[in-house]
Design a protein around this ligand. Structure first.
Ligand SMILES: [Zn+2]
Length: 336
């Protein structure tokens, strides 16, 4: 079967409605796409996260990357224990009350016909290199992982890479926390969070994916960040390297559980459906940034790194130590 195009993958996933704890439509679409992709196996863990692996041959990058994206987005859910008639809803996820109320006033809340949750009613549109949707965060991350898997399969690349599609990130990384506590992967792995975030500290739209040195709460693994930067440079992929500290991502949760982590972010407009003047709006991203991220991850998986970052600093200092040994000896010989 011909592999789906990036646009097709994006549309299929981003048009699925989702909310914290009600990720089942996104998950079903992800699983359908994974099922059709060569060299990919997947399963669900006890929390309902999807764990997937692309494995072709025995070749592995060092470290082995665990790509991660979450399947939920801030939205309305029916208050547990109440029925349809009561019409009682909880809004889950970090959005200011005034913005939520603006959406209500404008009639943008769209209950799903199953009656269990409601999303903001924005269509998925792709125009002039820009994609608008109700929930770019983090369905863009989910779609990008699928696109990477299809690209690896198309190239028939020998590689091993894992992926996790998590639940309930927006209420405090619950799916990621379960994953970290029940870590299913062996060996030298790095959890690589793929997110959409507000571009700050010099990051901008259309300038490439952002290699995230940290978020609002943590700084990430220096060696892993360095491998990302170096791979981008080697492959001529335009990236930005920034601290995106206006939000926190799942890498922080995994790091708190002792895992090595890194993150890549796509600059996101109208983060959490909040426009610059605090109204409710569709989120948007630039497609070139998404394509850059897919390219970077494909290169990351396809090349062997062997701990480049750490070793290069070690090597550099070792060389300097040898180079300056006579100066050190000369200085030490002086008696005053
Ligand atoms: Zn979010």
């Amino acid at each position: 079967m011909a592999s789906p195009t990036l646009t097709a993958i994006l549309k299929r996933i981003l048009k699925q409605p989702t909310a914290p704890f009600h990720e089942y439509f996104v998950r079903a679409e992800i699983e359908t796409l994974l099922r059709d992709c060569a060299n990919v196996t997947f399963k669900r863990d006890k929390f309902g996260n999807v764990l997937a692996t692309y494995k072709n041959g025995s070749r592995k990058s060092t470290p082995t990357w665990v790509l991660a994206a979450h399947m939920d987005h801030p939205a309305w859910v029916r208050k547990p224990g109440t029925d349809r008639k009561a019409d009682q809803w909880d809004f889950l996820g970090g959005v200011a009350e005034g913005v939520v109320n603006d959406g209500l006033k404008r009639g943008l809340r769209k209950p799903h016909k199953n009656g269990e949750f409601a999303t903001w009613n924005f269509p998925v549109t792709i125009k002039d290199g820009r994609l608008d949707a109700a929930a770019c965060d983090d369905l863009i991350g989910c779609a990008s992982i699928i696109a990477v898997f299809y690209e690896l399969a198309r190239l028939n690349l020998e590689a091993t890479v894992h992926a996790v599609f998590t639940r309930a990130e927006e209420v405090g990384w619950l799916g990621a926390w379960h994953l970290g506590q029940n870590w299913p992967f062996n060996g030298n792995t790095v959890f690589l969070s793929l997110e959409c975030s507000r571009p700050v500290n010099g990051a901008d739209f259309g300038e490439g994916p952002v290699i995230r040195v940290g978020d609002r709460l943590s700084v990430f693994d220096a060696e892993s960040v360095s491998v990302l930067v170096r791979t981008a440079a080697e492959q001529g992929i335009r990236v930005q390297r920034c601290l995106l500290d206006r939000g926190a991502c799942e890498a922080t949760a995994l790091q708190a559980l002792g895992k090595r982590t890194a993150g890549i972010s796509i600059p996101l407009g109208n983060y959490h459906n909040t426009t610059d003047n605090n109204k409710l709006g569709a989120e948007y991203v630039m497609l070139d940034d998404v394509k850059g991220m897919i390219k970077l991850i494909t290169a990351l998986v396809a090349t062997k790194h062997a701990g480049i970052g750490e070793r290069s600093i070690r090597e550099r200092v070792t060389m300097r130590m040898q180079e300056y040994a006579p100066h050190l000896a000369a200085g030490n010989a002086v008696r005053i």
